[in-house]
Structures are given as structure tokens and as C-alpha cells.
Design a protein around this ligand. Structure first.
Ligand code: SAM
Length: 262
């Protein structure tokens, strides 16, 4: 069972979000165990204060290192950061971290270690937590959130749905966007004709060879257009480059024709 711990000063943030969908299912099936810890329970400050002014001046408050270290020792039953890091993936959420992606979600979903998410608030967390306690620093995107809690939730959701048994149709998870560095193909459902907007004919043909080819083409063209960074990775493999060339040649020729007739 994957054991997940969240360190926060706002435990109530998680009240409803862990009670729905795949996270709820993973808890009910005992595939995942999640514990929320209030950092204020791990400070020696008599007023349960967990922040202080920044050394060197500057605006705002910085979270003190003590509650983060104490909490990780408590969760892992250790007394040193080295021992805690051996037993747990200690993930510091920060805009200064490595950008979260599907590959990291897959890696974390397979870990045998406990996962501990450290959520910051205010101006962030004393850098000694990053340097001496955390095993990795993760950002969920190039923007600044008010706290690490939404980031922890995003990452936990992405991890949990990769654990076999959580999502009913595991095959659907394996074929989603970002697998093989391609976005997923677009999906359609009933009705076939909605206000005159029609489902692509090929999907109604019943010819699975043609449908597979159409879907692969859409994956390649959409990735090429929207996510050149992913597309670059996809064509690193020679066989992928050949496939991409074939589909894109037609696509680029069609776009040229459309431009000329406009
Ligand atoms: N002053 C910090 C900076 O500019 O890097 C931002 C602090 S932010 C207001 C407070 C907390 O939100 C951070 O300590 C971190 O835990 C979390 N956070 C904000 N943006 C994030 C992001 N993109 N990814 C992950 N965590 C984030």
C-alpha cells in the first residue's frame, strides 16, 4: 500500500477533495493510505507559530524549519534527516522546483518508500528544508500559488490514478496524454450530430485499423501544433520520426492548400 503524508498548516483544505473520485476509491480499496498532519503540532513555539521574519530583510514571513524536520522524523520514526530520507520521498512543493510531469507521476506511483508532501505558505520555507531534508523539489507550473496544498493535491491525484486497481479500465490510463510523449486523441460521444456539429465519420466506420490510424494522426498533429517540446522528445526515436513525417507531410500539404484557397 502506498503511504502518503501531507504537511500543512491548513489540514481543512483536504476535507472534501480526498472524498471523491479516484482518491476516494484508492482509500476504500486500501491501495493508498493518506494522513494529513498539522505543522503547528510540531513546533516548540508556545503560540504554535510556524513563521518568522526573513534574515537579510524583505517582505513577508518565512516558514521555520523546525516543524518540517520534526514532522518528518515523526512519520519515519527517525532522528536524522539522512535516516528520514532513506525511508521516505520527502517532496518540497515550490515554484523553484523541477516541473512535475507524467514521468515523475509514474516514478512516484511505483515507489516503495513513504511519500511526504511539504506544503509551504507565506513567502515560502526556510531553505534548509530544501537543502538538508527534502529528497526532491517539485513545481506544478510556472506560476505562484498561495500555498503548496493545491500542488500536493494535483500530484497525489496524478499518482493515485496510476496505481493498478484504482481506475477501472487500467488500459485507458496507459494510453492517455503524455504516454509516449504524445497528447491523447480527441474523444467524442453521443449524439452523432449535435446542433449540426458532427462526429468525424471515420469513428463511425467500425474499421478499427482506420480508426487507430486516424487517432495516431491526431495525436501527432495536435502534439506538433500545441506542444513542440513534447514533439521534440517523441521524434527522438527514429521509427517515430518516420511515422511523424508521414502524417505531417499530408497535414502540411493540406494546410498549404487551404491557405492558397483562402
Ligand atoms: N516567494 C515564493 C517564490 O517566489 O518562489 C513563493 C511562495 S508561495 C506564495 C507559498 C507556497 O506555495 C510555496 O512555499 C510553495 O509551497 C507553494 N507554491 C506556490 N507556487 C507553487 C508551484 N508553482 N508549485 C508548487 N508549489 C507552489
Amino acid at each position: 500500500m502506498l503511504e502518503i503524508h501531507i504537511a500543512t498548516i491548513f489540514p481543512e483544505f483536504f476535507n472534501s477533495s480526498l472524498r471523491v473520485g479516484n482518491i476516494k476509491r484508492s482509500l476504500e480499496k486500501n491501495l493508498v493510505h493518506i494522513e494529513i498532519h498539522n505543522l503547528r503540532d510540531f513546533t516548540s513555539d508556545p503560540h504554535k507559530k510556524v513563521d518568522d521574519k526573513p534574515y537579510g530583510g524583505g517582505s513577508g514571513m518565512v516558514m521555520t524549519p523546525e516543524p518540517f524536520f520534526k514532522l518528518c522524523f515523526h512519520i519515519t520514526g527517525t532522528e536524522t534527516p539522512e535516516d528520514a530520507r532513506n525511508l521516505a520521498e520527502i517532496i518540497l512543493l515550490t515554484p523553484r522546483g523541477k516541473l512535475f510531469d507524467q514521468a515523475t507521476a509514474e516514478e512516484l506511483s511505483k515507489t516503495k518508500k513513504k511519500l511526504i508532501f511539504l506544503c509551504g505558505r507565506y513567502e515560502g520555507i526556510d531553505e534548509r528544508v530544501a537543502e538538508y531534508l527534502s529528497t526532491r523539489q517539485i513545481s506544478i507550473g510556472d506560476y505562484v500559488l498561495s500555498g503548496g496544498e493545491p500542488a500536493a493535491l494535483v500530484i497525489i491525484d496524478a499518482i493515485v490514478r496510476l496505481i493498478p486497481g484504482v481506475v477501472g479500465d487500467y488500459e485507458s490510463v496507459e494510453k492517455e496524454s503524455f504516454s509516449e510523449n504524445l497528447l491523447e486523441y480527441p474523444q467524442y460521444t453521443r449524439p452523432e450530430n449535435f446542433m449540426g456539429y458532427k462526429v468525424p465519420k471515420i469513428l463511425l466506420s467500425g474499421n478499427h485499423r482506420l480508426i487507430d490510424a486516424y487517432r495516431l494522426e491526431r495525436r501527432i498533429i495536435d502534439t506538433y501544433n500545441r506542444r513542440p517540446d513534447l514533439f521534440e522528445k517523441f521524434i527522438q526515436k527514429k521509427e517515430n520520426l518516420d511515422i511523424a513525417r508521414r502524417f505531417l507531410r499530408n497535414f502540411l500539404l493540406d494546410s498549404e492548400k487551404n491557405d492558397q484557397t483562402r
